[in-house]
Structure formats: C-alpha cells, structure tokens
Design a protein around this ligand. Structure first.
Ligand SMILES: [Zn+2]
Length: 363
C-alpha cells in the first residue's frame, strides 16, 4: 500500500507540521496548560476533547486539531462529555479571577486586603488565598511585595542616586530600604545599580513542555533559567534585569547548554551540572547550595534546609531565598516543600513545581 497517499491526518489544520506535533505532544502529556489553546477531534469516535482530557489516548493517525470547539463541531464532531471542551476549564476561570486580583493590587496605592480581594472573586478568603497561590505561585501579599521590588528596581536604574531611588519607590527611611533591598533585589543596591554594565549575555527563549523557558548566561555561567506562558515576558524580564548588559547571539557552546536544560526539564535525573553565575546574599547562596544537595526524586522541608545551613529557626528566610532563585532546575528550589509535605509556593507556578516533582519521582 502506498502510505504517502493515505489521507493526511491534519487536513483541517492550517498550521505547520511542527505546531501539530507540539499539540500532539500536549495531548500525550494531557497538558492542562494547553487547554483553551486548541481542541483535538478523534475520527474513530466522532468526539472532540480538550488537550487534558483524561479519557484513553487516541491514535495519532485518527486525530485532527482545531483552533476552537466551534470549528470541530462545524466539521461534524460532538463535544466529549467527559472533559466538556467548550466549558471554560477550572484553570481558565481561576486564572481570570487571579489576573483581575493582580490588576486590583497593581492599581491600588496600598495593597487591598485579602478579604476585599476574596469578596471580589466570590470566594472565602481562605479559598481565595489558595487559588491565588496555585495560579500565581505566590500569595497576594507576596505579589504586592514583588511589585514593590520591581518599582524599586526600576527607580534604581533611572534615579541619579540610590538615596533618590529609595524615596521614589516609597521607602521613607534609608534604613528600611537597605534592610529590605537584599531580599527584594538579591544583591546590594550598589551592585544592582550597575544593571549588568560590562556583562555579555547570551540568551534564548524556547518552548518546552512547561511553557516557554529562557536560558541566559554571562561569560561566567548560567544566570537565568525561568518559565513563563509568554516568550515576550521572559525577553522583557532579562533585559530589565540587566539593562546595561550587552546581549550577544547564542553560539554553539551555548546551544549545547540550552539542549541540556531542555533535556533535564523533560527527564530530570542526576544533577544539571552547568556553571552558574548567580548573585545573591551570603545567606541566599548557602540556601541555594543546600538545595543543590537535594537529589532528584527527593524533597526537603524549609526547616530541614534551615537546620542544614546551621540556622534552624530561619525557615521563613529559607523559603524567601528559595523564591529568589533565578535559575530554575539548576538550583532545584522546586524540591523544597512545607513540613506537612504540601508544595508551598513556586516562583514559576505551583503546576510546574508539581509536574517537575512528578517527573523526578518517575525516574
Ligand atoms: Zn474528552
């Protein structure tokens, strides 16, 4: 039989074969992050599903992708009763509510209270806090702090002096600012102000199974591995972090680093052994080293890490240092969990933390 002339499975798909392959991989993974991006229809059952549908996997040759459920319905398919591809997923509803809350926090001069935010979302404060953390990866309060940090960082780069910057950012005393700055910036205000002057940074933003990932390196080593749903946001963030740096194209050596990071994200085993160039306080560096000592497939609590670095009472500061890590998986902050085994926060979203840990357990 001439297989070349068999009916092409993707006849209805206007996009490239590469996109179809990415979508198929999302279906194979039952990737909830892909829900809302497209639906897939199965010729043998006449049904279309969202990517995360829990029902039995279809054969690739029977699957056609459609941008929306309407298009699949127009082609004669019925919506799956199990995954209800046309209803907004719980994840989509939640992310809309959380995005609205983030906007409310951004627009208000002082942070709105948890009770106010929860009421607006129609949830109890307890439930809202959990949903917000699950979607945003941090609490509403931490989000407000992070915003403040971003304002500090922005004004440090534009203000003529550190003193003026701190007044711009709303700190009313130099003492308070210097106290907060290392935690907010990961380095001293003086060195941050240089904005990466004299640094040469190679970087690439590439898709992976957890969304977009940026890998960036100075000449000393990898300085950022971060995830986001938006490639543009990652691009903006690295340039905001190193506004004075010179950005260079990725060379062959750097391409190999990217490949190793991507491999490690998909199949984490052993350690991701790359030279790192991370800037942090002495305390943060000690926490990050302790994180690197946790083997793949295992987790440690914040208290255990605090004890390991000889400061058993500093578990909250340990959790903060984990949240300040800018090199995901190379410094495996996703392996730090709460004492009750719950995942707590993750700078790049709890769903990614849970998925990374799942992959490591499966070794
Ligand atoms: Zn389904």
């Amino acid at each position: 039989m001439d297989t070349e002339s068999a009916s092409p499975p993707n006849a209805a798909l206007p996009d490239t074969a590469q996109l179809a392959e990415q979508r198929w991989q999302a279906v194979v993974r039952r990737d909830v992050l892909a829900d809302g991006e497209f639906v897939y229809a199965v010729r043998t059952t006449g049904v279309y599903c969202r990517p995360s549908c829990p029902s039995r996997a279809a054969k690739r040759e029977n699957v056609t992708f459609y941008e929306t459920g309407d298009l699949a319905a127009a082609a004669g398919y019925r919506p799956c009763k199990r995954c209800q591809p046309d209803a907004p997923s719980q994840q989509q509803t939640r992310s809309v509510l959380v995005r609205q809350a983030c906007q409310a926090i951004e627009l208000s001069a002082s942070a709105p209270s948890l009770a106010q935010l929860a009421q607006h979302a129609g949830m109890s404060p307890y439930h809202f806090q959990r949903v917000f953390k699950a979607v945003a990866g941090l609490s509403p309060k931490a989000y407000h702090k992070a915003l403040q940090a971003r304002r500090v960082a922005a004004s440090l780069q534009s203000a003529p002096s550190v003193t003026e910057a701190l007044y711009d950012a709303g700190f009313n005393s130099a003492g308070r600012f210097y106290e907060a700055a290392p935690a907010l910036l990961g380095m001293s205000p003086g060195s941050y102000r240089k904005g990466g002057a004299g640094e040469h940074i190679r970087h690439a933003v590439v898709p992976c199974s957890l969304g977009w990932v940026i890998v960036a390196a100075t000449r000393k080593g990898v300085c950022a591995i971060e995830f986001d749903e938006s490639a543009e946001a990652l691009e903006d963030r690295i340039r905001a972090r190193f506004p004075q740096a010179q950005f260079e194209p990725a060379d062959a050596g750097f391409q190999r680093w990217i490949a190793r990071v991507l491999d490690y994200i998909e199949q984490p085993r052993g350690v991701l052994d790359l030279p790192l160039d991370v800037q942090g306080t002495v305390f943060q560096r000690r926490v990050w080293q302790a994180l690197q000592a946790i083997p793949a497939g295992e987790t440690s609590t914040y208290s255990e890490i605090a004890a390991r670095i000889g400061q058993p009472r500093a578990f909250r500061a340990v959790a903060h240092a984990c949240a300040e890590n800018a090199v995901a998986v190379a410094i495996p902050c996703h392996r730090a969990v709460r004492a009750d085994g719950s995942l707590a926060g993750y700078r790049w979203g709890l769903a990614r933390k849970a998925e990374l840990l799942k992959r490591e357990r499966k070794k």
